[in-house]
Design a protein around this ligand. Structure first.
Ligand code: SF4
Ligand code: SF4
Length: 406
């Protein structure tokens, strides 16, 4: 695809990167077939190819309008289009750059700016999330039902957090932000499960949000600061020989794998960031390399439907890994349709685009329920809470099924 940058962007490295991505698109349109928003609207501008053209027009004309921003906002950044694309177009990166440029070029309505500011100032901070959850649980019966369903029930930890063993194998676990408060059982279960495999999970107290939330809301500098903070927190453990940095939320894993790229021009952090990215592993990746026969007799036998998050299947290119780990652990799985489609959670998407998000949620729950599961599992906190807000059966993080605290 031919593209000539507008003079405003001639010295702009991000615009040049976007132009290179756009040029790799051969506008075949295969990607529309797996794009959730194109499948909802059947409008070219709500599919990847159309959005690529919108960003192209912005870079060529030097102008950006509210319509372009709206169609980019509607994109879930699920990256299903990347999996489908035969030309290897890095659409997700292009969408992030397009959003960053358009945020500078256009003025959002006040309500949208406040929503985004709220998301950025609350969700990456566990203490604020804790306060919000406490407040929400206190007043939940006075809230409209749709809002009430978004508040997760308080999780009881089934046993005290596991003590460190004398294992030689050490891995760092990302503490995270929302997950640490909303579903603390996830990391607790991961710690016990890995201990059974002879691996100690270490947590750096001063690490936290991976930076993805700010980064995807076009607040890149804020996201980079979270990344640097985490690198500083993890580095002593990396130097002490930790063999991996494990994410129990697949969206965070995608971000950490990208630290090296994001900080490549920062002389103080580029080398460390690259090393951190090399060490990043999703929890499924850690378990896939282990002998899981120890779990076969201790896992429950409930029929289980699997929702593989987009960040695991398209972001980390680990489609099928979650199912393989569960099957090897003896958990009976039921089939579901439309596995490639996003559930509509997509970070802050459910907050900022509630109508589309709910439509996608209905569609995803119908697909997951077709095999009449007794429970649904997933690998990302956002998907877990979003599916759980409307599901008739329990929605869990998959590692809970391998956990046998007693
Ligand atoms: S499938 Fe790839 S090459 Fe074809 S239109 Fe979509 S992004 Fe472009
Ligand atoms: S990232 Fe997802 S929603 Fe966005 S264009 Fe690609 S397939 Fe569509």
């Amino acid at each position: 695809m031919y593209l000539k940058l507008h003079s405003d962007y001639e010295g702009d490295a991000l615009a040049h990167e976007a132009a290179a991505i756009i040029k790799s698109c051969v506008h075949c349109g295969f990607c529309n077939a797996t794009c959730p928003t194109y499948q909802e609207f059947f409008d070219e501008r709500d599919g990847p190819r159309g959005r690529i053209y919108l960003v192209k027009h912005m870079l060529e004309s030097g102008q950006a309008g509210d319509a372009t921003r709206m169609h980019l906002d509607r994109c879930l950044t699920c990256r299903a289009c990347e999996t489908t694309c035969p030309s290897g177009v890095r659409y997700g990166r292009l969408a992030d750059i397009g959003r960053e440029i358009i945020e500078e070029k256009t003025q959002r309505p006040v309500i949208e700016r406040l929503q985004r500011l709220f998301a950025r100032k609350v969700f990456p901070h566990p203490g604020r999330v804790r306060m919000l959850l406490r407040l929400g649980r206190l007043v939940q019966w006075f809230l409209p039902s749709q809002l009430r369903r978004q508040i997760p029930p308080k999780q009881k930890l089934s046993a005290p957090a596991g003590k460190q063993s004398s294992s030689q194998r050490k891995m760092i676990v990302l503490k995270g932000c929302v997950q640490a408060e909303a579903t603390p059982r996830t990391n607790d279960a991961a710690r016990r499960v890995l201990q059974r495999l002879g691996i100690d999970l270490l947590e750096a107290a001063s690490a936290g949000c991976c930076g993805a939330l700010s980064y995807h809301l076009a607040a890149r500098d804020e996201g980079l600061d979270f990344m640097r903070r985490n690198i500083d927190a993890w580095w002593p453990l990396v130097e002490a020989g930790a063999e991996a940095i494990v994410s129990t939320a697949s969206a965070c894993g995608v971000m950490i794998s990208d630290y090296g790229e994001q900080l490549k021009d920062d002389p103080a952090y580029s080398t460390k960031a690259r090393r951190v990215s090399e060490l990043a592993k999703d929890l499924t990746e850690v378990l896939e390399a282990e002998d899981l026969s120890v779990f076969r007799n201790s896992t429950g036998k409930q029929a289980t439907a699997v929702h593989c998050p987009c960040t695991l299947s398209h972001g980390q290119k680990r489609d099928g890994s979650l199912e393989r780990v569960l099957e090897r652990s003896g958990i009976p799985l039921v089939e579901s349709a439309e596995k490639h489609l996003c559930c509509g959670s997509a970070g802050t998407y459910s907050l900022l685009q509630p109508a589309i998000s709910q439509r996608l949620l209905d569609r995803k729950l119908a697909a997951l329920s077709a095999g009449k599961p007794e429970q649904i599992v997933t690998a990302n906190i956002g998907c877990q809470l979003h599916l759980g807000s409307r599901s008739d059966v329990p929605v869990k993080h998959w590692i809970e099924l391998l956990d046998n605290p007693n």
